[in-house]
Design a protein. Structure first.
Length: 433
C-alpha cells in the first residue's frame, strides 16, 4: 500500500506541477512573451484566459482515458496521461515568442495547453482509484489523501522552482528566457513519475473485473445511461473546489502584480505558504471523513466557502502583502477542506465497471464552471462589482455545491468491488424519500 500511495502522490504532484507552472507563468510573464501588443493588465488577462483553455479539454480527456482506464486498466492509462502532460509541458518551454513568429506562437501555446488539459482530464480519476480501490473502507479517506495532495504539493514545487530561477538569474533574465527552465525541468520529473508508476500493480477492483470478464464495451455510454445524475451532482459539488483553487493560483498572481502592486518574489512566496496551509487542510479533512462521514466534512467546507470569497477579496488592498497572503490562504483552506474527501467520495458513487469514467467526468465537468469561467469573466466581474465580484462568484458556486451535496448519499462504508452492481441511490430517489 505504501508503494501505491507513493505512486499516486508522485504522479499527481508531477502532473499538477506541469499544469500549474503554466498558470504561474501566465500570471507573471506570458503577457510580455506572447501578448506584448496588449500592454500590462490586458496582456495579463489574455494570458490567464489561455490558462482556461485546458478546462474545456479536460472532460474530453476524462471520456477518452476513462474508456481505456475502465477497459484496459488503471495503471497503463495513468502512465499515458503522465507522458502526454510531460511532453506538452516540455514543448511549451521550447516555444518561440510572439515577437519572433507572431500569432503562430499563441496558436501553438493554446494547442499545447489544450493537450495539458486533455491529459489532466484522465489523471485525477485514475490516481484516485489507484488508492481508493487498494484501501479498505475504514481507511479509504485517509489513503485517498495522497492523490489529493498533488495540487498543493505541485503548487509548492512549481512556485519554488520559479522562485529559484527568478532569484538566481534575475527578473529581466527570467522574463526574457529563464521562464522556460521550469517547463524544461518537467521532463526529468516525468521520467521519475513514470518509473514509479510502472512498478505498481493493477488495482484489486479492476483485476476482479478482468477475472470475471465484466468489462463493458462503452463505459461512457453505460455510465451516462445508469448514473448521469451522479455525474452532474458530483460536478456541482466539485465546482466550488475548482473556483477556489484556480482563483487562488491563476487569478490572484496576476491580480497581485497589477492591482495590489506586489513583486514576483512576494507572489511566489505567498503561493508556497498557501500551498502548505492547503496541504494541512486536505490531510485533516480526508482523515476526518473516515470518522464522521464524507458529507459532513464536505458540507462544512461549502458553508465556510459561502463567505470566504467576498471576505478574501474585501481583505486585499493595494500595497498590503500580509492581507494578500491571508486572502490566498483563506481561499486555499476552504478548498482543502472541500477537496480532501473527494478522492474517496466521487469514486464511491460509481460502479466499478465504469468508475474511472464516471468519477473523471464528474470531476472535470466541474472545471468548466468552477475553473475556466472565473478566469474568462473575472475582468468583467471586477469592472461591475469591484474585486468582491470574484468573491460573489465563489459564493454562487458554494450554494450550487451545497445543494448538490444534499442530494447525494453518504458512501464512506460502501464496498468498491465489482459485485456491488447497484448504482448508489440519491437522497431524492423515491426509495430513499
Amino acid at each position: 500500500m505504501a508503494r501505491v500511495a507513493a505512486a499516486s502522490l508522485a504522479g499527481t504532484t508531477i502532473e499538477f506541477y506541469d499544469f500549474l507552472i503554466y498558470g504561474l507563468a501566465a500570471g507573471l510573464v506570458f503577457n510580455a512573451v506572447f501578448f506584448p501588443e496588449y500592454g500590462g493588465a490586458e496582456g495579463t488577462w489574455a494570458s490567464i484566459a489561455t490558462f482556461g483553455v485546458a478546462f474545456v479539454f479536460r472532460p474530453l480527456g476524462a471520456i477518452v482515458f476513462g474508456h481505456f482506464g475502465d477497459r484496459i486498466g488503471r495503471k497503463v492509462t495513468l502512465v499515458t496521461t503522465l507522458l502526454i502532460m510531460g511532453l506538452s509541458t516540455f514543448a511549451i518551454g521550447l516555444l518561440p515568442s510572439a515577437t519572433s513568429i507572431g500569432v503562430v506562437a499563441v496558436a501553438l501555446l493554446v494547442t499545447l495547453r489544450a493537450l495539458q488539459g486533455f491529459a489532466l482530464g484522465g489523471e485525477w480519476a485514475g490516481a484516485a482509484l489507484l488508492t481508493t480501490e487498494h484501501a479498505g473502507a475504514k481507511k479509504r479517506g485517509a489513503y485517498a489523501t495522497f492523490p489529493q495532495l498533488g495540487p498543493s504539493v505541485g503548487l509548492i514545487l512549481a512556485a519554488s522552482v520559479m522562485l529559484l530561477f527568478l532569484n538566481t538569474l534575475g527578473q529581466d533574465a527570467f522574463v526574457s528566457w529563464a521562464w522556460r527552465l521550469p517547463f524544461l525541468v518537467s521532463l526529468v520529473l516525468v521520467a521519475v513519475g513514470m518509473w514509479v508508476r510502472l512498478k505498481i500493480a493493477e488495482t484489486p477492483s479492476f483485476a476482479k473485473i478482468k477475472e470475471q470478464k465484466a468489462e463493458v464495451r462503452l463505459p461512457f455510454g453505460d455510465c451516462i445511461r445508469d448514473q448521469w445524475r451522479q455525474i452532474l451532482l458530483g460536478a456541482g459539488i466539485m465546482s466550488t473546489v475548482f473556483a477556489a483553487f484556480y482563483t487562488g493560483v491563476a487569478f490572484l498572481p496576476g491580480y497581485g502584480i497589477q492591482v495590489v502592486g506586489l513583486t514576483f518574489n512576494q507572489i511566489l512566496f505567498a503561493l508556497i505558504i498557501a500551498g502548505a496551509v492547503m496541504s494541512v487542510a486536505v490531510i485533516g479533512s480526508a482523515i476526518l471523513s473516515d470518522v464522521i462521514g464524507r458529507k459532513a466534512v464536505l458540507m462544512t467546507g461549502m458553508v465556510v466557502a459561502l463567505a470566504a470569497g467576498p471576505i478574501a477579496f474585501a481583505t486585499m488592498e493595494p500595497g498590503s502583502y500580509g492581507r494578500y497572503v491571508l486572502a490566498m490562504c483563506l481561499l486555499l483552506v476552504v478548498l482543502g477542506v472541500s477537496y480532501g474527501p473527494m478522492a474517496a467520495y466521487l469514486p464511491e458513487q460509481f460502479q466499478a465497471r465504469y468508475r474511472y469514467t464516471g468519477a473523471g467526468l464528474a470531476y472535470n465537468l466541474a472545471g468548466v464552471l468552477g475553473g475556466a469561467l472565473p478566469l474568462v469573466i473575472g475582468d468583467d466581474l471586477i469592472a461591475k462589482w469591484g474585486p468582491e465580484g470574484i468573491g460573489y462568484f465563489l459564493t454562487v458556486n458554494a450554494v450550487i455545491s451545497a445543494v448538490c451535496l444534499l442530494m447525494m448519499k453518504e458512501t464512506k462504508d460502501r464496498a468498491l468491488d465489482v459485485t456491488n452492481e447497484s448504482p448508489v441511490p440519491l437522497t431524492t430517489d423515491p426509495a430513499n424519500a
